[in-house]
Design a protein around this ligand. Structure first.
Ligand SMILES: Cc1ncc(C[n+]2csc(CCOP(=O)(O)OP(=O)(O)O)c2C)c(N)n1
Ligand SMILES: [Mg+2]
Length: 400
């Protein structure tokens, strides 16, 4: 990714014991101004798809973000279209009983895509259960990602091959894994940036605190990317945190924070691109908060009508990241009818492959649940396995 980020003098490969240089100096601001997020969130493209005037972008001295090139935007846009198609196809497959569960990121695809494409080949992504679109945008074949949501015992894809960790279901554990990976890479002398995704709810976990503190003290090249989609299942953001914004949590640990419109692909690529670049110069870690919204249910087991108003959902529909980027790219001439048709065909191909694979009858053995938990099974697990085996054989008997 081309990046106009100024180099911080003498900052590369920062020694752990060294006092932190003023990273803000390269941007003409103090360290405090550098660590604190801009007062308003960064937004480059408006809800109607027009490029905002500089004074409307939420930027301020040292926190300016030029819009990425048309080529970069178009390449990311392709992932956006495919991501939306994957989300909606998987959601439908769950409703048809073809997949066990699918936490959809419908409406959050710009954040998903930006988190993946800002990274280089050798970098590592640490996703949550909701971040399937990011995993796919990073290059993991969609079918490999989906088998876990079908109910198999394994993740489906090879984390080492793709440099994508497993999709974490226990909240926030992936943040510590990202920090550990960054520390290990440094000890090995490898230049690796780690990006850990987390939800607004996850920021209340103890692991969040530990990960930020450890990463900041050791100045590790880690980007913590919080998707504030306003809900942790039924818990609204107002009950989650009293902080002015989640990006403000960064300064307390000594890392830089920024808040960005999480439905603006251009702004996300600009902010995350700069964070990656500064991490490579030894100026990590970073906390980036994406202001977005979970448009659909938490998962298929959730009924959002019990805890939120349709009117709020409607408000966020107007901020849809896909429609916004389509309008912008069409207005600049970068997205021609031909290119658009080709991208739509690519997305349809992916959806078709998903339907074919998920509609094929797969043999899932519920007893696999107990395999691979411990190398030597505990007596409790052995007893539970025996109980389930007995129940399964009884129900088979009844069906016969
Ligand atoms: C350690 C842990 N505690 C509780 C849960 C149960 N749980 C699953 S999802 C969720 C809400 C998470 O909300 P958020 O971090 O905002 O992510 P989102 O689902 O909105 O993407 C909770 C509490 C869990 N999976 N792991
Ligand atoms: Mg959330």
């Amino acid at each position: 990714m081309s990046d106009p980020t100024p180099a911080v003098p003498g900052a590369a490969r920062t020694d752990e014991a060294e006092t932190r240089p003023n990273a803000g100096a390269a941007f003409g601001i103090s360290l405090e101004e550098y660590l604190l997020p801009a007062a308003r969130r960064i937004q480059l493209i408006g809800e109607d798809g027009t490029l905002l005037a500089p004074e409307e972008q939420g930027t301020e001295p040292g926190h300016e973000y030029p819009l990425p090139s048309a080529e970069e935007l178009l390449a990311a846009y392709r992932h956006l279209v495919i991501g939306r198609r994957v989300n909606d196809q998987a959601y439908a497959l769950v409703r048809q009983g073809r997949m066990a569960v699918y936490p959809s990121s419908h409406g959050q695809e710009a954040s998903e895509v930006a988190a993946a494409v800002c990274l280089g080949e050798d970098d590592w992504l640490f996703p949550t259960y909701r971040d399937t679109v990011a995993v796919i945008a990073r290059g993991v074949p969609p079918l490999e990602v989906m088998v876990a949501y079908q109910g198999t015992w394994h993740q489906g894809y090879d984390p080492q091959k793709h440099r994508v960790s497993i999709q974490s279901t226990p909240l926030t554990t992936q943040m510590l894994h990202a920090v550990g990976m960054a520390k290990a890479a440094r000890l090995r002398g490898e230049e690796v940036v780690c990006l850990a995704m987390v939800g607004d709810g996850g920021t209340s976990e103890g692991d969040f605190h530990e990960a930020l503190n450890f990463a900041a003290v050791f100045k590790l090249p880690v980007i913590f990317f919080v998707q504030n989609n306003k809900f942790a299942i039924s818990v609204p953001f107002a009950k989650q945190s009293a902080a002015p914004s989640l990006a403000h949590k960064a300064v307390g640990y000594g890392l830089a924070g920024e808040r960005v419109d999480g439905n603006d692909l251009g702004a996300l690529l600009a902010v995350l691109g700069r964070a990656v670049e500064l991490c490579r110069q030894g100026q990590g870690p970073f906390l980036v908060e994406a202001d977005t919204y979970r448009m659909q249910a938490h998962t298929n087991t959730d009924d959002p009508s019990r805890y939120r108003d349709d009117a709020e959902v409607k408000e966020w529909e107007a901020r849809d990241p896909l429609r916004r980027m389509t309008a912008y790219l069409e207005s600049t001439g970068a997205l021609t009818e031909e290119v658009s048709a080709q991208i739509a065909r690519d997305a349809e191909d992916v959806a078709q492959q998903l339907r074919d694979a998920m509609n094929a009858e797969t043999e899932l053995d519920p007893l696999e649940l107990f395999d691979h938990v411990y190398s030597v099974q505990t007596p409790q697990l052995a007893a539970q396995r025996a109980q389930l085996a007995e129940e399964l054989s009884r129900s088979e008997h009844q069906e016969a």
